[in-house]
Ligand binder design. Structure first.
Ligand code: PA5
Length: 440
């Protein structure tokens, strides 16, 4: 395994000590066993545990690569349509790996993760003169946001290149047998990949849901899977870093720390935090329990959220993802006039200054009573992202069981859909429509 360190500091100022955390080891051992032996609530959704080592075998990786290569050869842009777990993992990995000022080849665009009319109109304008393909990802095949986007973009593509050619440029990632998208894919002859029944959306990035868009963007999915596989091996026995993370956050939560902030000092990790927020929010926020997962991008957010974190209500803790090595080196130049007074750092790299901001902030937050966890990786790479993904996934399962919830369901996300369908007068919702109209 490459560098992957988890350090815990300052638990003491939150009223807990390292010994308080270590006391939770037997609980964490039981929780790990419950995940690995599939004996707990939600145990029919544990397919993600063996994705990197069993399910995603070399035949499947070859198939993903060959379908990706067709889209890479044929398309200037590929639109990935999906929401939640069918979107965030691929977005997180691609944004972390790509050049921030140049599109990948082909350009990867996303749709179906909002119901923004302007977003869709502008996207269709953008695609009008481009040869584009579609990857539509929906386990259920009926989620409203991606279904609307797919209907629009499929029409656009068929108008541009004809129905037969559009089918060659469309890939569906969906349930093996059921659902509208499966039937359409079969009728139209789309290339397809299966989302296994036992893999929930937010745990699906290491399945074709994430791997196909990542491969189309030109990144190394084998290295991503290797990092995850190595982390799986590292977390197979008690006393592993995922347990330590789960134990620490539960110890802090029981001591009044209700919000965890995932902190990065590298703008490329913004969407990694979005993925992490869904993973923990949807897994743990239930039965009126759960740490609220928040995130900041530093140093940007030190100029917006820094005051609150330093000095607001003391109910937070931080987990910092620290990237030791940057891909590029930029040295701050000397300026003979020195009007900005910056010559004291001339000759230093930008990352040196960033690291001092990171260390200085961590110490300031520790002084301010913010417990601080730090996860260090050597660099942003496919391998290290694979490690991080699997680490957070298995830690989430352990942590959820320690919290006493089923980490693998999401009953709460249905409520807004019921109201929305009632308001839209969806057939079958007549009673709900009448009831909700009365509330307006
Ligand atoms: O984690 C989840 O289960 C959700 O975020 C789903 O992935 C999301 O709602 C999309 O569902 P589907 O893939 O069925 O369209």
């Amino acid at each position: 395994m490459e560098t992957f360190e988890l350090n815990i500091t300052n638990a003491a100022t939150a009223g807990i000590s390292l010994a308080d955390i270590e006391k939770l080891q037997p609980e964490a051992d039981r929780a790990l066993q419950t995940v690995l032996e599939a004996t707990g609530a939600g145990n029919d959704f544990l397919g993600w545990v063996n994705l990197p080592t069993e399910t995603i075998n070399s035949d499947l990786v070859n198939k993903i690569t060959s379908v990706a290569n067709v889209l890479r050869a044929e398309c200037q842009a590929v639109v990935c349509i999906g929401i939640g777990g069918s979107y965030l993992g691929a977005k997180a990995v691609i944004e972390a790996l790509k050049n921030q000022f140049a599109p990948t080849t082909p350009e990867i665009l996303f749709a179906g993760h909002n119901i923004g009319e302007d977003y869709l109109a502008e996207l269709m304008d953008y695609l009008a003169d481009k040869r584009f393909g579609i990857i539509v990802i929906s386990k259920s095949g009926t989620t409203t946001e991606p279904a609307i986007a797919f209907r629009l973009l499929r029409n656009l593509l068929e108008q541009k290149v004809g129905r037969e050619e559009a089918a060659k440029l469309t890939v569906a990632v969906t349930d093996a047998k059921r659902g509208a998208l499966r039937s359409l894919a079969t009728d139209e002859g789309y290339a397809t990949f299966v989302i296994d029944d036992n893999v929930g959306g937010r745990f699906s990035v290491l399945s074709p849901v994430g791997l196909l868009p990542i491969a189309v963007a030109g990144f190394n999915i084998r290295a991503l899977l290797q990092g995850a596989a190595d982390m799986q091996a590292a977390c197979a026995k008690p006393g592993n870093p995922a347990q330590l993370y789960a134990m620490t956050r539960n110890a802090l939560y029981r001591n009044g720390k209700k919000t965890e902030i995932l902190v990065n000092y590298n703008p490329k990790l913004h969407f990694f935090a979005e993925w992490w927020k869904q993973l923990y929010g949807e897994s743990e926020g239930k039965d009126h329990k759960g740490i609220f997962p928040a995130a900041v991008d530093n140093s940007t957010d030190l100029h917006s959220m820094g005051q609150w974190i330093q000095d607001g209500e003391r109910t937070i803790f931080e987990t910092v993802i620290s990237v030791e090595q940057q891909q590029r080196s930029v040295i701050i130049p000397n300026d003979p006039q020195n009007l900005d007074g910056l010559n004291f750092i001339a000759g230093k790299s930008v990352d040196h200054v960033n690291k001092m901001a990171e260390i200085g902030t961590r110490l300031a937050h520790i002084d301010g009573g913010v417990p601080n966890l730090r996860i260090a990786i050597s660099e942003i790479s496919e391998y290290n992202l694979g490690q991080l993904i699997y680490f957070f996934e298995i830690a989430c399962g352990i942590s959820g069981y320690m919290l006493g919830v089923n980490p693998f369901n999401q009953p709460g996300v249905e409520d807004y859909k019921r109201n929305m369908f009632a308001l839209l007068a969806k057939p079958g919702y007549e009673a709900e429509t009448a009831a909700i109209q009365g509330r307006l």
